[in-house]
Every structure is written in C-alpha cells, then in structure tokens.
Design a protein around this ligand. Structure first.
Ligand SMILES: C[S@@+](CC[C@H](N)C(=O)[O-])C[C@H]1O[C@@H](n2cnc3c(N)ncnc32)[C@H](O)[C@@H]1O
Length: 223
C-alpha cells in the first residue's frame, strides 16, 4: 500500500514544527467545531497524531488512521491507530460517534463523505478544518507589487473543481479544490446535515487584507 504520502512524512513534520498558524488557528478552530459529548472519534488522516492528543485532552477517545506508517508510529502514543488507504475504512457500519478531518480533506476524493456516513452512527458528527476553497483554487496566489511591496491576491479559477500540485521538499503533493457549494452538496447527499461553518481570515504577516478567508471549519451531524 503506497501513495505519494509515503514520502512526505518529513515534510509534514517540518510544516507542523515551523508554522505557528497550526497552534494559533488550526487547533482552536477544530476545538470550536468538536462535539465533545460523545466518545470514540476517528482522526481521518491523523499524521503524527498531534490532533489525537488534542481530542484526548477534550475528553474524547481518539482512533487514528493514515496511510503513512512512519507518522502512524508516532500517533500510536495517543491511542489506537490503523494503516488505511482512504477513502476505504476497515470499520463496521455505525460503529463510531464522530470523526475529524484536519488538513486532510483537501487530499481526499469526495467518496470520503459516503464512507464516513457509513461508519459514523446516526446522530454522530463530523468536523473538518481545511484550507479554504478561496485559496485552493488552481491559479490562486499572492502577487507582490515590485514597485511598493503591496500584496494582492489572485483568485484563480474558484468555480471549477480541480487540483493543484505543490512542491514538498522536491516531492509533489496534490491539493484538491472544491468550491464550497460542491462539497456541501456532496456532504448533504451523503446524509450529513450542516451544523456550523466558520471562515477564518488570513493571518497577519505578508498576506493580503484581513477579511479574506484562509481556513474553513465545518461541523456536520450524521442524519
Ligand atoms: C497535511 S497532513 C495532516 C495530518 C494531521 N491531520 C495533522 O493535522 O497533523 C495529511 C495527512 O493525510 C494523510 N493522507 C493523505 N492521503 C491519504 C490517503 N489516501 N489515505 C490515508 N491517509 C492519507 C497523509 O499521510 C497525511 O498524514
């Protein structure tokens, strides 16, 4: 079982360690999206388990899954883990209370919704924190005016689903782009009803105007 993520463990560890946004924005947004009333939560694309640690602190029982064996070995510190190639999950129907997708949604095809709808019990929940579709649109990028250093944002092709490739220490990593309407409709068809959606602005520091979305946080309820 291999895919491009097998070679990306070091890149992701470096991203986590060097990006203060993860601690300052990603984790608080996830915590705001959680339903902490219920027990077993699957961390989908758990990486090295950092979020599993946050789930345990919130009183939940995390179970991790990922394709990357090296990251999973670290994640095992925080709870049970399983090696999977998503979207397929070797889990019984309606056997978990909730699931989280943290910066993994943008790497997974839409089938992830129907598979999670299968394994989450009715009344359970799904929380996601992802790069906002505003910035995953192919061609979107910041542009710096060389005359005065002012930063602008080029929106790219927001309305067309697609993907872009980023360089991760010389390895390509694919980011899928879904306009908001597309993934909300896919989730609704898989019997997830929208409970809350938050759009979080760009962090300060070299990026354009506050008020442009950087991350999206969503909580759904499994009907
Ligand atoms: C950007 S990392 C996020 C990791 C973790 N959620 C966190 O916030 O630290 C994306 C993770 O998704 C996993 N992943 C990507 N595609 C996958 C697939 N098809 N099956 C299983 N895991 C996958 C990668 O191995 C990686 O650990």
């Amino acid at each position: 079982m291999t895919n491009e993520w097998d070679d990306l463990a070091d890149w992701w560890r470096e991203e986590l360690e060097t990006d203060p946004t993860y601690v300052e924005v990603v984790v608080p947004l996830l915590l705001a999206m959680l339903d902490t009333r219920t027990g077993t939560v699957l961390d989908v694309g758990c990486g090295n388990g950092r979020i599993m640690g946050e789930l345990a602190l919130a009183g939940l029982e995390p179970v991790g899954c990922d394709i990357n064996g090296s990251l999973l070995a670290e994640a095992a510190t925080f709870g049970p883990v399983m090696r999977v190639e998503l979207p397929g999950l070797p889990i019984r129907q309606a056997s978990i209370d909730g699931a989280v997708l943290v910066l993994s949604f943008e790497h997974l095809e839409n089938e992830i919704f129907s598979e999670l709808a299968r394994v989450i019990r009715p009344g359970g929940w799904l929380a996601a924190v992802a790069n906002h579709p505003f910035i995953t649109a192919p061609g979107s990028a910041s542009i710096i005016d060389p005359t005065d250093g002012e930063v602008f944002w080029r929106p790219g092709t927001y309305l067309d689903p697609g993907s872009s490739i980023e360089d991760a220490n010389g390895q390509p990593v694919t980011f899928l782009h879904r306009p908001i309407g597309e993934f909300l409709t896919t989730a609704a068809k898989a019997e997830f009803s929208l409970s809350e959606l938050r759009e979080v602005p760009f962090e300060p520091g070299g990026l354009p105007d506050a008020g442009l979305p950087r991350l999206i946080g969503v909580r759904w309820t499994r009907q």
